[in-house]
Design a protein around this ligand. Structure first.
Ligand SMILES: NC(=O)c1ccc[n+]([C@@H]2O[C@H](COP(=O)([O-])OP(=O)(O)OC[C@H]3O[C@@H](n4cnc5c(N)ncnc54)[C@H](OP(=O)(O)O)[C@@H]3O)[C@@H](O)[C@H]2O)c1
Length: 242
C-alpha cells in the first residue's frame, strides 16, 4: 500500500510489533506518531527509526481517558490508528498468586485503552480510515498462568466486531499473533525466554516463532484492505492446529 500523505498513530510503537510496524509505515512514505508511556523508550525508538521529518513521538497512557483525549486534541487528524499496547507485568501467575491490580492493568491496556482510542480517535479519522488492535493466541490456546491475558484477548475481539458496526464506514479489525519474539517475553518467561521460544518453534507447523515484522505485515494489510472489517486475522504459524 502506498502510504504517501497518510498519517498513522501507533500506540506501542516504541517496542516489538509496534516498532516493526512504525518502520514499515515510514518505509512506505507515511507520517507516523509512535506513542507509549515511557519517554526514554520512545526516544530510543525514534533514534533507531531515524527519519525525523516524518516521525513524531507522544507520551500517553491509553488507560487514562484524559491523556487519550488530550493526545487527539494535540495531534489532530489521522488516517489509521493502531494499538499494540499491553501491560502484562505480573499478570502471568497462577490464580492463587495473581494480584488483582496486575489483571486490571491487562484489561486497562488491552481493552479499555482500545475503547478509549476508538471513542476519542474515531472522530479524528478520515472516512476510509481504520482502527487495528492486537489480541493474541492465548484466547484460543490458553495455558495455566495466562487466564487474564486469555480473557482480555477474547474480549478485545468482541469489541472489534461491535466497533466495526458502530463506527462504520471506519473499519475496525484485530490481529491475533501467536508467539512472537519481542521484549514482552522477558516478562513472560524471564531467563527461560530463548529456550521457551525455541521449544515452541519445533512444535509449530511454520517451524519457527513469529518475528515482529510478520505482525507488522498483517496490520499493514488490514489498514490497506478496504473490504475487511470486524475481522480477526490470525498470524500464528499454525499454533491453533497443535
Ligand atoms: N509477543 C508475543 O508473543 C505476543 C503473543 C500474542 C499477543 N501479543 C500481543 O501483541 C501486542 C504487542 O506485543 P509486543 O510483544 O510487541 O509487546 P512489547 O514489545 O512489550 O510492546 C508493548 C508496547 O506497549 C506500550 N504500552 C504498554 N502499556 C501501555 C499503555 N497503558 N499505554 C500506552 N502504551 C503502552 C509499551 O511502552 P511503555 O511500556 O513505554 O508504555 C510498548 O511500546 C500486545 O498486545 C501483546 O499482548 C504478543
Amino acid at each position: 500500500m502506498d502510504m504517501d500523505n497518510r498519517k498513522i498513530l501507533i500506540v506501542g510503537g516504541s517496542s516489538g510489533m509496534g516498532l516493526a510496524l512504525a518502520r514499515r509505515c515510514l518505509d512506505a512514505g507515511a507520517t507516523v506518531v509512535i506513542a507509549g508511556r515511557g519517554e526514554a523508550k520512545l526516544d530510543q525508538a525514534r533514534d533507531e527509526l531515524g527519519r525525523l521529518a516524518t516521525l513524531e513521538t507522544a507520551v500517553v497512557d491509553i488507560s487514562r481517558e484524559g491523556e487519550v483525549a488530550a493526545l487527539f486534541e494535540r495531534i489532530g487528524r489521522f488516517d489509521h490508528i493502531v494499538s499494540t499496547a499491553a501491560d502484562i507485568d505480573g499478570a502471568y501467575r497462577l490464580l492463587p498468586e495473581i494480584e488483582l491490580s496486575a489483571a486490571q492493568k491487562v484489561v486497562e491496556s488491552k481493552f479499555y485503552g482500545p475503547l478509549l482510542l476508538a471513542k476519542h480517535g474515531a472522530p479524528k479519522l478520515s472516512a476510509n480510515g481504520s482502527l487495528t488492535f492486537v489480541s493474541g493466541i492465548a484466547a484460543y490456546r490458553p495455558a495455566a498462568r495466562g487466564a487474564a491475558v486469555a480473557a482480555v484477548n477474547a474480549a478485545l475481539e468482541g469489541l472489534v466486531r461491535a466497533l466495526a458496526i458502530e463506527l462504520a464506514p471506519i473499519r475496525v479489525n484485530a490481529v491475533s499473533p501467536g508467539w512472537v519474539d519481542t521484549p514482552i517475553w522477558q516478562l513472560v518467561a524471564g531467563d527461560a525466554k530463548d529456550d521457551t521460544l525455541a521449544a515452541m518453534a519445533k512444535r509449530l507447523p511454520a517451524g519457527r516463532v513469529g518475528r515482529p515484522e510478520d505482525i507488522a505485515d498483517a496490520i499493514h494489510f488490514l489498514m490497506g484492505n478496504g473490504f475487511t472489517t470486524g475481522t480477526t486475522l490470525h498470524v500464528e504459524g499454525g499454533h491453533r492446529l497443535i
